[in-house]
Design a protein around this ligand. Structure first.
Ligand code: FAD
Ligand code: SF4
Length: 470
């Protein structure tokens, strides 16, 4: 046994084939190309099938990881994907965007001495295999219960709730503010990381199951939560995300050519600027681009700007590399594509030309002082270090918060001081009877899998309510 473990520790992990950096930096096709069948089976061989699988402790939705990997090893990909579906309805999405390095793979026993099993790559492989080769069978549905549920928002948390409740026989309608469903999966995460077709096929699956989708419905404006309850919905789930952009609040921020990352990525993704010239979406196509911030959203914005034709893209961040919040893989991909990093640099104002367009940004050099409330060392300006960086497009990616449109128009919902909805951590119940909430609108911007986990928890609670009462 020990010999086998040692052998598996030494077997290298199957590398994910990728588009070459110099090619992909100018196209929107997906960067990783996916495992072949042989690669997947070989990678699955590396799993030790641990009796107490540490990997599962790292999975927020407790997928039976060794069990699905065993099916791959045996070449039964349908069984593998079915095993994942028991806990996760969106494996093609999660296999691509989950931070596996801090979740399942971060706990995998093989990672202690060597490289962890490529759990995310395997998850992606079986989900893609099923999409391409599966029979498209629908899972069995319970008899209709006659109960109606309104799901507000079609991001990962709303889609999870809809999928769970439709299978339990309830009548589900999803209300989405945008003209397309998918939430951040579609309007935020770019095509080169998560092809939209994958998200649409998951939504299509829900529609085939019988979920109704009403796009262009802004709850809080087109219809209120109370009206939904009065109209006969027995329960409402609020999964509206946290899409209100934060700004730097420095002079010149209203100049033309300055976007929030939210607006920039929405124009590029949802309004299809990435399909130019087929779609001539209005968007500033900067040649000399600055992106402010160093999280995943900043990396997505910088890499999008490069693909939209920039000559130079610089990420400006006020702390050092160590504190950059983005996933290491995203930073690495961005660097490979030629994105430059201006660290320990903070903007103080934007400078415009005579037409009101941004032409430069004034900055200060920073150094790191004592740790702040977040535990990260606080950046402190270096005296007399003022300098300017030229730019014709700036994208501000310094966080996002709760949009008050729905919450302000709904009586009886308790909010936190930042405007997020207060929900029971065990059930997702809000302080308003018949109303649940989950995902980013409760936690602040987090991850896809956490939003899905919150959706799963709430759907269990909603089902109990519809069956036995509040
Ligand atoms: P959302 O995905 O935000 O969906 C909310 C939906 O509600 C939207 O479609 C919105 O239009 C709709 N809505 C809002 N208000 C209303 C209303 N009043 N009426 C009707 N509909 C409404 N996480 C990862 O795990 N991995 C990543 O790689 C990753 N990358 C990211 C990249 C970007 C650019 C961004 C912005 C986020 C990223 N995240 C990532 C975070 C992740 O996408 C979110 O945590 C997750 O999408 C939250 O899901 P949600 O269902 O709560 O909300
Ligand atoms: Fe396989 Fe790693 Fe999980 Fe063990 S911890 S079962 S080796 S994936």
């Amino acid at each position: 046994m020990a010999e086998t473990t040692e052998k598996k520790e030494k077997t290298p992990r199957q590398a994910m084939p990728e588009q070459a950096a110099e090619v992909r930096r100018r196209n929107f096709q997906e960067v990783p190309e996916g495992y072949t069948r042989e690669m997947a089976m070989k990678e699955a061989e590396r799993c030790l099938q641990c009796k107490n699988p540490a990997c599962m402790n790292g999975c927020p939705v407790s997928i039976e990881i060794p069990a699905f990997i065993k099916h791959i090893k045996e070449g039964d990909f349908t069984k593998a994907v079915r095993k994942i579906w028991e806990r996760n309805a969106l494996p093609a999405v999660c296999g691509r965007v989950c931070p596996q390095e801090i979740q399942c793979e971060g706990q995998c026993i093989l990672g202690k001495k060597g490289e962890p099993v490529g759990i995310g790559n395997l998850e992606r492989f079986v989900a893609d295999w099923e999409r391409a080769n599966g029979k498209g069978d629908l899972p069995p549905k319970a008899e209709p219960t006659g109960k109606r549920v309104a799901v507000v928002g079609s991001g990962p948390s709303g889609l999870t709730v809809a999928g769970d409740l439709i299978l339990k026989g309830h009548d589900v309608t999803i209300f989405e503010a945008f003209h397309k469903p998918g939430g951040v999966l579609v309007y935020g995460i770019p095509e080169f990381r998560l092809p939209k077709e994958i998200v649409y096929s998951e939504v299509n699956f829900l529609e085939r199951l019988g979920a109704k989708l009403q796009c262009n419905s802004v709850v809080g404006r087109t219809v209120s939560v109370d009206e939904l309850l009065e109209e006969g919905f027995d329960a409402v789930y609020i999964g509206v995300g946290a899409g209100l952009p934060s700004f730097l609040k420095i002079p010149g921020e209203n100049l033309i050519g300055i976007y929030s990352a939210n607006e920039y990525l929405t124009r590029a993704n949802l309004m299809k600027a990435y399909l130019f010239p087929e779609y001539d979406t209005p968007i500033v196509r900067g040649k000399d681009v600055i992106v402010l911030g160093a999280g995943n959203v900043a990396m997505d914005s910088a890499r999008t700007a490069m693909r939209l034709g920039a000559d130079r893209v610089r990420i400006v961040y006020r702390r050092s590399r160590e504190e950059m919040p983005a996933r290491k893989a995203e930073i690495h991909h961005a660097e490979e594509e030629g994105i430059e990093f201006f660290l320990l640099t903070a903007p103080t104002r934007f400078i415009g030309d005579e037409n009101g367009r941004v032409k430069a940004m004034e900055c200060l050099k920073m150094e790191l002082g004592e740790p702040d409330a977040s535990g990260r060392r606080r950046p402190v300006p270096v005296e007399g270090s003022k300098f300017t960086l030229e730019c014709d497009l700036a994208v501000i990616s310094v966080g996002a918060g709760a949009n008050p449109l729905l919450t302000r128009s709904t009586e009886g919902l308790q909010l936190t001081k930042w405007g997020y909805i207060v929900a029971d951590p065990e059930t997702g119940k809000t302080t308003k009877k018949g109303v649940w909430a989950g995902g980013d609108i409760v936690t602040g911007q987090a991850t896809v899998i956490l939003a899905m986990g919150a959706g799963r928890m709430a759907s269990d609670s909603i089902h109990k309510y519809l069956t036995w009462g509040w």
